[in-house]
Write a protein that binds this ligand. Sequence first.
Ligand SMILES: [Zn+2]
Length: 330
Amino acid sequence: MSLRSRIIYSLLIIFFVSSQTVHAQVKPDTQAQERKALYLKTALLTDVPWNVLAGCDQYARNINALRLEKKNKNELISITFPKRVWAGPLNPDLNDENPKTIALFGGVGKDGNGDGHASLESPEDRLYTFAEQIVQSGPGEENIRIGLWNIYNRGKAVDLIEDFARLFDYATPAKLEQHAFPVPTNYNYDYASTWGAKRGWGGNRIHEGTDIFADYGTPVRATAYGVIELIGWNKYGGWRIGLRDLHGNYHYFAHLNGYAPGIHHNVITKPGQVIGYVGSSGYGPKGTMGKFPPHLHYGLYRDNGHAEYSVDPYPALRIWEQQANKNESK
Ligand SMILES: [Zn+2]
């Protein structure tokens, strides 16, 4: 082989190898990677940070997951628009995909992937159209908040999306699905299914949670990757912590003896991380203790896009407990 053909030959190999790597990067093998690729691409086109787009999409996915009639729960992008909003309120063709006529009739639909169509079926077009709506209020963090507010008209939605955006920045989607049992399983503890039972203090309320009885000072652990939304005293729960996870679930820990170091408002927790200690605080003004035996009250609340409601945490607790026992016996 001549020197020249050897050079050409090695260049060809370099080209082949590098094109393989590039190819491997743009062809993600999981849905989560595919989603992130689309968030990043749309972020580049619109100047909305990728994790804000991920947060908005997660907010839509969480709500869809609670809708029984929703068929395709594994779609790539959950953000969508009503046909009339997409095509334009006065558009005679509700299935219109022509960006020009859509714009003419006041529709929002845009062509995000450059194929000449603004298609409601295309995840790229939907995400791009949504991002364009966010930036209508202008660039920068504060304007994005305003843009989100104008879309959702719900302060809670904007707060949740900001929490989700922070979580997406913090850990991979696979990690964000991990959970932990709220007390270490090698401590003495006991709990039963009592959600919905009547309870004594504070008027006509039902028991919105599970009581895990344990000794004073038993560590209390975060049950999920989450953002600490509330921390401090409340008259029912005493020293309590409220944690928001990626699915919009609010994990409520009450009657604590105190908080672990570094646990403050807006801190991100990992599942299993110690956040406080079992106590008997609550049922009165700040500092009230000992009105009942020490226990952790653990509650779980879900957000459906309009309101929050209590769900029975007992089945989840049983699963997390079994997982903990399996891992510790390894
Ligand atoms: Zn309780």
